[in-house]
Design a protein around this ligand. Structure first.
Ligand code: ARG
Length: 461
């Protein structure tokens, strides 16, 4: 039989379709361990306020322990009549502690402050798992940067050859973005470390209960300032959904490049067999499905964020049942990321880069033209004229199907009197890369330092 939480005022139970619409245990059951932790903390503040005797507290905690064990083992599960995780666990408690004792726990709390607290707890644990997974992907990028410290490739803007850069520099660019995603989740956690427990339905508790004590027991830094805000706000969920959607978007940019690099036209990489798939019809195919699923799931994560924001928009204070729709989008985002992380780290960490081809392509498309212009600037030529002269070098070389370093002394001198044969010292990829040695640049020494700082940031702290 259902133990409705509001029996007194109602002559009949809910219609079947009402119960079916209302039910949330198929997704909120994962909050059960947090709900029980909340109940333990709540029992202790009821004791402190003298609303439970010492013996009653002992009995209550023992019943909650049994309930926790039965939830864990699967001996206790929710039914459709339970509506939500809180109601189901209330029934489980009454069955174990007896109606008399069990019925005392509900004093001074509401499912509204419970769910707002438990959801934060679940998300804070999830944020730690997402951070771990992200660090695993960063680790794979850093490992590849370490494996190929001198490899070069054509850096691109507009997907066109722009300037040569170190492969390590390029890989670490992705790592930097992911490290900011980690930082965002850590900042979010500090903001979310406020417990709504004790807010009651919306107005706070009249029973002399101590919200700060509950907060401390549940791992929060403090309790909320405002009980209405505590029960009605879900910006913590939306902000989390944004942080993981942004992470998904950053992962999709790595993924997209792997997909390009793996084409015959680019020919930059070979995928490890363990992290690629074949085709049922075309025997030669080796597909980058891990990268494609990463790219695809990033869209899903954006959808979860926008759906949640739409749910929250224009809801009047305080709690509305709409808020029950807050959990599935973020649960889903976390679930998708947890599937992605090990596969993406595995795929990235086992890529073989074809450094010979990358080196061959690095100067192609006149990527050293900027180096000519900057060399001229170092000879005292204003950049405007230097840019013009370097552009002319490109035109002359292109006209006769040659590279910039094939231009003759006469051709150079005819383009600009300052273009002496010494300009050839900068017309190598290695020279170009080494010359960009200010902080943040692609020179090997700077990239090495960048890598070391990333490794330090990955150390557990
Ligand atoms: N299951 C609800 C939720 O997830 C919490 C219950 C609050 N229900 C209520 N009628 N006040 O938001």
């Amino acid at each position: 039989a259902s133990v409705a939480l509001w029996g007194g005022r109602f002559a009949s139970g809910p219609a079947e379709a009402m119960a079916a619409l209302s039910a949330s245990t198929h997704f909120d059951w994962r909050l059960a361990p947090y709900d029980i932790a909340g109940s333990r903390a709540h029992a202790r503040v009821l004791r402190k306020a003298d609303l439970l005797t010492g013996d009653e507290l002992t009995g209550m905690l023992a019943a909650l322990d049994t309930l926790a064990a039965d939830v864990e083992s699967g001996a206790f599960t929710p039914t459709i009549a339970d509506e939500d995780v809180h109601t189901a666990l209330e029934r489980g408690l009454l069955e174990r502690a007896g109606a008399e004792l069990g019925g005392k726990l509900r004093a001074g709390r509401s499912r509204n402050d419970q769910v707002a607290t438990l959801f934060r707890m679940w998300l804070r644990d999830a944020a730690r798992r997402v951070v771990e997974g992200t660090l695993g992907v960063i680790d794979a990028l850093v490992a590849q940067a370490t494996r190929y410290p001198d490899a070069v490739l054509p850096g691109r803007t507009h997907l066109q050859h722009a300037q040569p850069v170190l492969l390590a520099h390029h890989l670490l660019a992705h790592a930097q973005a992911l490290l900011r995603d980690v930082g965002r989740l850590r900042d979010w956690d500090a903001r979310t470390a406020e417990s709504p427990y004790g807010s009651g339905a919306l107005a706070g508790s009249s029973l002399g209960l101590d919200p700060e004590a509950v907060a401390a027991e549940l791992g929060f830094a403090t309790s909320v300032e405002n009980s209405i805000d505590g029960t009605a706000s879900r910006d913590f969920a939306a902000e989390f959904a944004f942080a993981v959607a942004m992470l998904g978007v950053n992962l999709s940019r790595v993924a997209e490049e792997v997909i390009l690099w793996n084409t015959a036209e680019f020919g930059y990489v070979t995928l490890d067999d363990a992290w690629a798939t074949g085709s049922s019809i075309m025997p030669q195919k080796k597909n980058p499905d891990v990268a494609e699923l990463t790219r695809g799931k990033s869209g899903r994560l954006i959808g979860n964020l926008t759906g949640l924001l739409a749910t929250l928009k224009a809801q009047p204070l305080a709690y509305n049942r709409d808020l029950q729709e807050d959990k599935e989008p973020v649960f889903d985002s976390v679930e998708q990321l947890e599937l992605l992380f090990p596969a993406l780290a595995g795929m990235l960490g086992t890529l073989t880069f074809h450094t010979g081809r990358l080196a061959e392509l690095a100067p192609a498309g006149f990527t050293l033209a900027t180096d000519i212009a900057e060399w001229l600037v170092r000879q005292g030529i204003p950049f405007r004229g230097a840019h013009e002269a370097a552009g002319e070098c490109v035109r002359v070389a292109e006209e006769r199907g040659a590279g910039l370093d094939d231009l003759t002394d006469d051709e150079l001198a005819a383009i600009h009197p300052a273009l002496t044969p010494e300009v050839r010292t900068v017309l190598t990829v290695a020279g170009s890369v080494a010359s960009r040695d200010a902080r943040g640049g692609t020179a090997p020494a700077r990239v090495g330092e960048q890598r070391d700082r990333l490794v330090a940031a990955l150390e557990p702290h």
